[in-house]
Design a protein around this ligand. Structure first.
Ligand code: SF4
Ligand code: SF4
Length: 135
């Protein structure tokens, strides 16, 4: 059995397609959904951990490409530069695993690296370039 964490983005035409159902039913994969953003008329986004036999995983990813979805593996690491952070909290709302969190009393942001799945969603949203992907 192998595990792979993947960010899946797909055009709005596919929003109503039961993508995860097919991955489970047709490709015998265990799908752990870490984040889902599926809105009518908007690009869909899923952050998932897929578990299964290597060949099933490859077939499942091929299926995603065939239907027009994009996949990006989560193999990078994330570095937070505390000195650049001004605790604006923009990263807190977007983080699917709560690796970034805010202490509401002190209004300070903290980063728990052990919770980070390196999906990269926080990198572009940080206005102060305090978050970096390390390849
Ligand atoms: S890359 Fe950023 S958004 Fe993604 S899990 Fe890690 S801290 Fe959260
Ligand atoms: S988005 Fe950037 S500046 Fe804002 S709290 Fe997160 S790391 Fe800090």
């Amino acid at each position: 059995m192998v595990k792979k964490r993947v960010v899946i983005t797909f055009p709005h035409q596919l929003v109503e397609k039961p993508i995860t159902y097919h991955l489970v039913k047709d490709y015998n994969l265990i799908v752990n959904i870490m984040k889902a953003r599926v809105m009518p008329n908007e690009e869909g986004l899923l952050v998932v951990e897929l578990t299964g036999k290597k060949e099933d995983l490859e077939k499942g990813l091929k299926y995603l490409h065939e239907i027009g979805a994009n996949t990006q593996s989560l193999t990078s690491d994330i570095k937070w530069d505390k000195k650049k952070c001004i605790h604006c909290t923009a990263c807190v709302g977007i983080c699917p695993t709560k690796a970034f969190s805010v202490n509401r009393e002190k209004m300070t942001v903290t980063f728990d690296k052990s919770k980070c799945i390196a999906c990269g969603l926080c990198v572009d949203i940080c206005p102060y370039h305090a978050i970096e992907i390390i390849l």
